[in-house]
Design a protein around this ligand. Structure first.
Ligand SMILES: Cc1ncc(COP(=O)(O)O)c(C=O)c1O
Length: 420
């Protein structure tokens, strides 16, 4: 069989070796939950188990890493041609590829985000955003949203929920969390010691919490009044996910710093970017080497990211995302009628979607039932009422009924377990 890459013995061996040398806890968790999947072949919107039999439609996409699908041919081609004469490059030296990619980001980003520092992971890029904000304002306080998620590295971790940093020692000073989408709370928290407010434009781990239409504009104004910066984390919401290149474009605001990652990799070569206003570059004037990252902005990665931006910023691509998003919303409306006791609403901005259900057990139950129905959908860890529905943006209109048929099956499974 074409997809049957490994036999059952190799599958079991993989679980055992992974448990012995990578993470025993993860093996216990996934096998215990009945999600005994090891990704093998992958293509477009699909992933197959290494045993070849089980196929999943990827509606997790690692939070946007696979916006352009798995092994997108245009991205693979770009990487191959970059490898003909490039490598990672030297992070201390001047780089033509980093220059061109930063220029492209400046052209596409909202407002005057003329400068970019590249990283490898999203957490690292958020860390730098916070460093720039503190260095520029000469203030320490960072305000973030409860339930928001910015990564597991130093400053990004400190801006997140306590449960993620508590096992690793005392919290870092200078961080304050407030409720998301609460302008009064922000007004109370912001003061002349605040370096920045950091928010995801649409908090993903908090359950695709789409803010009120004027929240971000008001936040922008309040930050401005206090001389504080606004950092938007578009690691998940950027690059076309919401039907616009950047989610902030829905809210008509210009941030001081924008962070992008995940999908910038094309699912092939890790790269992230912290983009900031020209003025903020003064932070690096005394010592341009004050922040460095060996693999940040690797030159082959820059070439991949350029192709990602070319595809994702194409108006036809964004129109496609909007059209398919509309189709998901129509199909969902039928399910809302079918499962009134289970479903609360579809949280949606373009193809950034979360299925809100009645209680905290629903998300995990949905993930399991969706897996059984052939769909990878992961619940929102900071609001487990919500199952994230994040298909690759290259999904075609004809795929939508099949995806929603599987969502229907999963909802049927959850209803049954809960006796609804
Ligand atoms: C909104 C957001 N910001 C930052 C990060 C951190 O990115 P990374 O895992 O690449 O460090 C994530 C990761 O899931 C994220 O969802």
């Amino acid at each position: 069989m074409e997809n049957n890459l490994f036999g059952d013995q190799e599958r079991q061996e993989t679980f055992a070796v992974f448990a012995d040398h990578v993470s025993s806890g993860k093996v216990q968790f996934f096998t215990g939950a009945g999600v005994d999947f090891i990704p093998g072949r992958r293509e477009g919107i699909y992933m197959w188990d290494i045993g070849g039999e089980k196929r999943l439609i990827d509606c997790h996409c690692n939070g946007g890493v696979f916006n352009l699908g798995h092994r997108n041919p245009a991205i693979l081609e770009q990487l191959k041609s970059a490898l003909a004469d490039l490598d990672i490059g030297n992070h201390h030296l001047i780089s033509r590829q980093r220059a061109i990619l930063a220029q492209k980001l400046a052209e596409l980003a909202p407002g005057d985000l003329a400068y970019t520092v590249f990283g490898v992971g999203g957490g690292e890029a958020i860390d730098l955003a916070i460093k720039v904000a503190r260095g520029y304002t000469n203030r320490q306080k960072i305000i973030s949203a409860r339930g928001g998620y910015h990564g597991h590295t130093g400053l990004a971790l400190a801006a997140g929920d306590e449960k993620y940093y508590a096992p690793f020692g005392a919290p870092l000073s200078g961080f304050l969390q407030i409720p998301f989408n609460d302008i009064d709370a922000l007004q109370k928290a912001l003061d002349n010691e605040t370096a920045a407010l950091i928010v995801e434009t649409v908090p993903a781990t908090f359950g695709i919490a789409v803010p009120d239409p004027d929240y971000l504009a008001q936040a922008r104004q309040l930050c401005h009044q206090q001389g504080s910066l606004l950092i938007v984390d578009e690691v998940q919401s950027g690059l076309g996910r919401t039907g616009k290149l950047w989610a902030v474009q829905h809210f008509g605001i210009e941030p001081d710093i924008l962070v992008t990652g995940k999908g910038l990799s094309g699912g092939i070569y890790p790269i992230t970017a912290t983009c900031f206003r020209s003025e903020l570059e003064t932070v690096f004037h005394d010592d341009p080497f004050i922040h460095i990252s060996t693999f940040g902005g690797s030159e082959v990665g820059c070439m991949v990211a350029l192709k990602v931006l070319e595809i994702s910023s194409d108006p036809a691509f964004l129109a496609h995302v909007q059209a398919v998003a509309g189709q998901f919303s129509n199909e969902y409306a039928k399910l809302q009628d079918k499962y009134p006791a289970l479903l609360v609403r579809l949280r949606q901005l373009g193809m950034m979607m979360g299925i809100e259900m009645v209680n905290e057990m629903c998300g995990p139950l949905f993930t399991k039932a969706a897996f059984e129905a052939g769909l990878l959908s992961v619940y929102a860890n900071n609001d487990t009422r919500v199952a994230q529905l994040l298909p690759p943006l290259i999904v075609q209109q004809e795929d939508v009924p099949e995806i929603m048929m599987r969502v229907d099956m999963a909802l049927g499974g959850v209803s049954k377990v809960l006796g609804l």
